[in-house]
Design a protein around this ligand. Sequence first.
Ligand code: GLA
Length: 720
Amino acid sequence: MISVNNRTFHLQGKTYCYVFYVSPEGYLLNFHYGKHLPPADYAAEAGLLLEPYPQLRGEPMRQNLSTWPQEYPTYGHLDMREPALEVENGFGNRITELRFREYRILKGEAAAPEGLPGVFAGSSPCDTLQITLEDSALRLEVVLNYIVFDDSDILVRNAVIRNRSGVAVRLTEASSFSLDLPIRDYEAVSFSGDWGRERRPERFALHQGSSVEIADNTGRSTRWNNPFVMVCTPESNEEYGDVYGFNLIYSGNHSTVLAMDTANHLRIRQGISPRNFRWDLAPGASFATPQSMLGYSACGFGGLSRAYHAFLKAHLMKSAFVFRKRPVLINSWESFYFDFTEESLLSLARTAKDVGVELFVLDDGWFSKRSSARSSLGDWCESTEKLPQGIAGFAQKLREIGLDFGLWLEPEMVSLDSDLYRAHPDWIIRVPQAEPVQYRFQYVLDLTKPEVLDFVQGTVCRILDSVPITYIKWDMNRMISDVPRPGYVHEYTLAFYRLLSALTEKYPGVLFEGCASGGGRFDAGLLAYCPQIWPSDNTDAMMRLKIQYATSFAYPVSTICNHISAVPNHQTHRVTSLETRANVAYAGIFGYELDLRRLTPEELTQVRSQIETARALQPLVLDGDFYRLRSPFETNECAWALVSRDASRAFVLCSRVLAVIARNRYYDPRLCLKGLDENAVYRDVLHGTQYSGALLMNRGIVIDYPVEDFATYCLLLERI
Ligand code: GLA
């Protein structure tokens, strides 16, 4: 709900309110972002902001922009802090001063950023507040959008910058939002990582007078840092404390700056990374920044995560699969890598069908001369040596077995050794003065060239039009280097979205899964098109505890794909039981990535029952609430629970990484569950035990782990 009173804008979501006002000079100043407050308290806040400094030497001095909490600050007029916007103007300087001009409210609408993925109204009420700020000397206009959803604690912001003057200006920094929070002790949590160890939460204190930037400049959103960042008060934990989240709906270079001034006011700004960025705005032109989702919870990290999960599914992810049953799949990669024949694939497919798998995904290695990572990307024609009747013939054989067909593609790439590169060496991203950098023997295609985009789109359409494919794994296995001009990565990202949006609209029945060397592009921008993403190439169950746990801070578990792979695990060489691997994988989109033919008959029976369990758990995965119960980053254990919205069912995973000395169970720490009905009685159908909701939630239960390393224990609770 949005209300305006006396030049004060009051935005109210489910439990938060966000209030700012227009000062007498026309500056947009923030009064409050947090839990609801009675309106009278805002007036007091205005009094504080306008209170003069004590009279020191004669003249009383007014407070001013140098400390005021601004909604969209620029640098250098009087505010010398971190700016949201930097513009090189026609006078050759970067001084911009924005003042309020007007506002309007778009009832029932979520204003969309042009060319970028954006949130939508869906079935619940939402309104957009558009505030227009202006530098009247430069004739530069900034429209700030605030999209408020009555039933959610996520507030969506972005900015659109428009040049109304007769001369060109150049943007060198254009944040999606800026937010000033009042003096308090703050900590932050970022999610950094690399291949095989994606999204490790890092919690740190913010210090007076210093700023921290959390950025990724690799051309993909999340090789090093996820755009999701949290800010909290020091006492915050999973259940308590004021916690704020900031996540950008964007898949390119991004940056979040957390800057504390010398008095401990905190400024947060987030947007496209200013590194190697610039955007020229011709007279009359405008520039839309990606949307940021700001989240607030008074109930700690858990509350914030659940708010994001529900919001992404209801208001960002467009795919028809969001709440639809997903197929249990077998992926060929870790069984065969590049080394397969049609017969080896089909014999795996037959075993897979026999245990209940529904979809066979043919990963890398199926096209042209691709027998290693050294060649053939771009030549998307099947290798008839491996698949004598092509992928169409292979799909037909799968259909006869009773399986759907899914295919791996890496459409944005070309190998040095490929017919495509030999025919079009000018289609790759490069600079004229240097040899282009190869990485995994491949280059990135320049999607900003219309002929290249047409080729890539045409290739994917040709495949999807000629073969009955129900699933695409869209990979992207290198960073974008050699960028030919500042701002190019944003141009590329826009072109990538044009491509994905055209394809996902044309093929709504195809399930698109995102991937980038594992989880190198796990972001909200991609989720707008792909309802699920491969989170990591590291499939070791103990590492997955951490990767899945950390990913869940920002993203619903229904977007995280979990595959059971072979032991010793190919990445860590660790041996975990088949049971442990499945128990960890249940909280997500479940599948297999191992050569099932090598399993014993007993193990295959186990797999069959795992698939039945995964199917039975799917409604909880797609639509349940996720609770993190014990952190694998802080303890020797990990625990989480999926609870149905009506609290009638819950699936709980507990894992103890290393065995501890076997003693009387009374010595074990108890696990308290969350989200259940305290007044109900639950039966654990896996063990035939019965507990009161009050016991499960308040006193906690002792988990009966087997005494072994990498142990897991699950509960499937049903309300009696
Ligand atoms: C990436 C993906 C893997 C696999 C390989 C194929 O690394 O993350 O899952 O598809 O590419 O080359």
